[in-house]
Design a protein around this ligand. Structure first.
Ligand code: ADP
Ligand code: MG
Length: 255
């Protein structure tokens, strides 16, 4: 099970004086161990800013973040991160890119050879380990990035619109992979998306973020059975959640 993440009075303002942009917060939020929490909000409301602060990659203006009561004071290397734009380097093969995440953490890739093979197989990249990123489609690149995020066996995952640029079919297939992994291992997942359907499908809890400066407007527990397959997505209960959230964004003037 993953860490419990405590966000306390967290806020971020970029710049100073008349040019200052109050991007986010202040926000208090507890993300429980093993939950799958989506942050759903309009573009520019501070979701990425929040993710960077949780990861320890950006300093907060106010407040703090705790992982299991340990304050985040530096970049956390024990988490898995995936962004909209993948971090594959062009001069390494797929396997080499996945191994890079181990090397950066001082781990020996040779000890993980079987795990890398298993991960690539699990996302249907078997046989592509020796290829370079430019030889892969966008969806395959993002699947390789998914393996990068997981290779060091993190129990907390921060995914910032990881499927944003993919076609609908690839999105659906990576969603299924992520859901299967979550059901099996119960990492704590913080997942940023602007797709209401995606948030309802994947999450145990959806946090609706207000327009900038982003605050948590509503927290909605999604009480639907797992796995959330096509049948669940076609159910009236699923549609009900989607409509409820659409209504909230309508009230914000976003929809
Ligand atoms: P989201 O991910 O929800 O689309 P962001 O967190 O990227 O939103 O950005 C929130 C706000 O903060 C935006 O108005 C953006 O322009 C501003 N912002 C983000 N990063 C920086 C930065 N490094 N310097 C100045 N302003 C920034
Ligand atoms: Mg963003």
């Amino acid at each position: 099970m993953g860490a419990t993440i405590e966000i306390r009075s967290l806020a971020k303002t970029f710049g100073v004086g008349t040019g200052a942009v109050h991007a986010f917060g202040p926000v208090d939020l507890t993300i429980h161990s093993g939950s799958f929490v989506s942050l759903l909000g309009p573009s520019g409301c501070g979701k990425s800013t929040l993710m960077l602060m949780i990861a320890g990659l950006l300093e907060a203006s106010e407040g703090e973040v705790f992982f299991d009561e340990e304050k985040v004071a530096a970049p956390r290397t024990d988490i898995g991160i995936m962004f909209q734009d993948n971090t594959l380097v062009p001069w390494r093969t797929v396997e080499g890119n996945v191994a890079l995440q181990l090397e950066l953490r001082g781990l020996d890739p040779r000890a993980y050879a079987a795990r890398i093979r298993d991960l690539l197989r699990s996302v249907r990249l078997e046989g592509f380990g020796g290829r370079h990123p430019y030889e892969l489609s966008g969806g395959m690149q993002q699947r390789a990035a998914f393996c990068q995020a997981l290779v060091h066996e993190p129990d907390t995952l921060l995914f910032d619109e990881p499927l944003g640029k993919l076609d609908a079919m690839t999105r659906e297939s990576i969603r299924t992979d992520l859901q299967t992994l979550w059901m099996k291992q119960r990492p704590t997942v913080v997942f940023v998306t602007h797709s209401i359907e995606e948030a309802v499908q994947l999450s145990s809890t959806v946090c609706v973020v207000t327009p900038r400066p982003g605050r948590i407007g509503r927290t909605i527990d999604i009480d639907l059975p797992w796995p959330r397959d096509l049948e669940v997505k076609a159910s009236p209960a699923f549609t009900h959640y989607v409509r409820e959230i659409q209504g909230i964004f309508h009230d914000y003037g976003v929809l």
